[in-house]
Design a protein around this ligand. Structure first.
Ligand code: LMR
Length: 451
């Protein structure tokens, strides 16, 4: 053992606190030695020191998540007129997270019928999984009938991304995952956390507030075979810039030619055009016969954020491979969290399968989408009046909860500090946090920092 020096303070700390606390471990570690033995102290002190003082010395501080940290900072801001446009949550016109009447009615039924709470299977509840498949593909899709689609219930769509990422890492260990530039802040963390190499493909055009579609196609047409391409099926997070149906059709042959593996992230179904239209890419890919993954969520579409209701679906080449793929997804779930929680998934399954509740829910989704659209229009009107030389029409063309405002990090800081308006430093604004009382103040604050 090398030389070992500790200061008087550490020594005292060890004598008074560590020694009594670790007496059992100490006896087990040094059984043959007695307190009178000098070498005991030479060996014991570094051991105790390590146990007490340096055990976690290599653990670095966590910088925090840009979205969740800003949302927390908003919560602590004492100003009463503050405006939260940071996190991707739909707030109603009273700035409240809605409890959708369809989901409330489903919950009353589910609770009234609830019995014992056994563990769910690793893959989740069968009624939830089937309902998700029907929602994504349409109940009659040939891929479902062929038995080549597998779905597991996951802990939100983030859980679906994670289980999918682990699956990719295991079966395509050297592959790269390509994400749009920019993408949701957490995508890179999830995929790198599974050991995958993450690269980007061109996506957002800062000059127009639109899509660099040609550059995107060009980059993907050069991607390595079996690269995974993360695509936002609708309501791109963070930009709100989506592919049109025609562009999805143009993308498909590139994916096929390069044998790329699409991984669709569908977290905002219903917020773009409609529940069915927002699944356009899912259905197009399934029709084409390619293999791909989809992670979808009910956090936003059913306002069930804390229930963590999501799913991972993998469309396979045939039913035999689907059996093995499902088996490996189950094994992954078992290794990680054993099986998903029950309650939220049962609310989702009930809303999706009860015709009356389903109709209610679809109307509620339309109302949420229309309200966001109204807020976009109001923001556009005030900003275009205040900044006549500036084109802010991207607020009208971008879709879903988010818009990329084009504000610099410093301008975002000013919005927060001077006006209490919280948007991400990337310039992402959650338009779904606007309401009839705060939209004008938001537009005025933006105009002030942009002037
Ligand atoms: C967001 O993008 O703000 C939401 O999806 C919430 C999250 O977990 O980041």
């Amino acid at each position: 053992m090398g030389a070992f020096f500790i200061g008087r303070k550490s020594y005292l700390k060890i004598m008074f606190f560590s020694l009594p606390r670790h007496s059992h471990a100490l006896k087990a570690k040094f059984p043959a030695q007695s307190l009178g033995n000098k070498s005991l102290w030479c060996n014991m002190l570094p051991w105790l020191f390590e146990l007490e003082i340096v055990m976690f010395h290599h653990v670095e501080p966590y910088a925090g998540d840009p979205i969740l940290s800003l949302n927390e900072a908003f919560g602590k801001d004492p100003r009463t007129d503050k405006i939260n446009l940071s996190i991707g949550i739909y707030f109603d016109d009273d700035a409240k997270i809605p409890m959708l009447p369809s989901v409330r009615a489903a919950e009353l039924k589910v609770v009234a019928e609830a019995g014992a709470r056994p563990y769910l299977p690793m893959e989740g509840a069968a009624n939830f999984r089937t309902a998700v498949q029907h929602l994504l593909f349409g109940a009659e899709h040939a891929a479902l009938k062929a038995g080549r689609v597998v779905t597991i219930q996951t802990v939100g769509s983030s859980g679906g991304l994670k289980v999918g990422a682990d699956f990719i890492k295991r079966y395509f260990p050297n592959t790269t995952i390509l994400v749009s530039d920019p993408t949701w802040d957490n995508h890179r963390a999830v995929f790198e956390g599974s050991g995958l190499t993450v690269q980007t493909y061109p996506y957002y055009d800062a000059a127009t507030g639109g899509l660099r579609f040609d550059a995107m196609l060009q980059a993907l047409s050069k991607a390595e075979k079996h690269s995974v391409v993360l695509l936002h099926a609708c309501c791109h997070n963070p930009t709100g810039v989506d592919l049109t149906d025609v562009q999805w059709q143009q993308l498909l042959p590139v994916l096929q030619e390069r044998e790329l593996i699409p991984f669709l992230d569908l977290a905002y179904q219903g917020y773009g055009a409609s529940i069915a239209e927002d699944a356009f890419a899912v259905r197009l890919f399934a029709d084409s016969g390619i293999s791909f993954l989809v992670a979808n969520s009910f956090s936003k579409s059913m306002s069930l954020y804390g229930e963590r209701c999501g799913a991972l679906t993998i469309v396979c080449p045939d039913a035999a491979q689907a059996v093995n793929v499902l088996g490996q997804l189950k094994a992954n779930v078992r290794r990680n969290y054993s099986n998903p929680p029950m309650h939220g998934g049962q609310l989702v399954a009930r809303v999706l399968t009860d015709p009356e509740l389903r109709a209610m829910w679809e109307a509620e989704v339309v109302a949420m989408r229309d309200r966001i659209q109204l807020m976009r229009k109001k923001l556009f009107d005030v900003l275009s009046a205040k900044l006549p030389g500036r084109d802010v029409s991207y607020f009208l063309t971008q879709r879903g909860m988010f818009s990329y405002t084009g504000l610099s990090p410093e301008q975002c800081d000013r919005l927060k500090e001077e006006f209490g308006v919280y948007i991400l430093r990337s310039g992402r604004m959650c338009v779904a946090g606007l309401n009839s009382r705060n939209v004008e103040a938001t537009a005025n604050a933006m105009a002030a920092v942009l002037a």
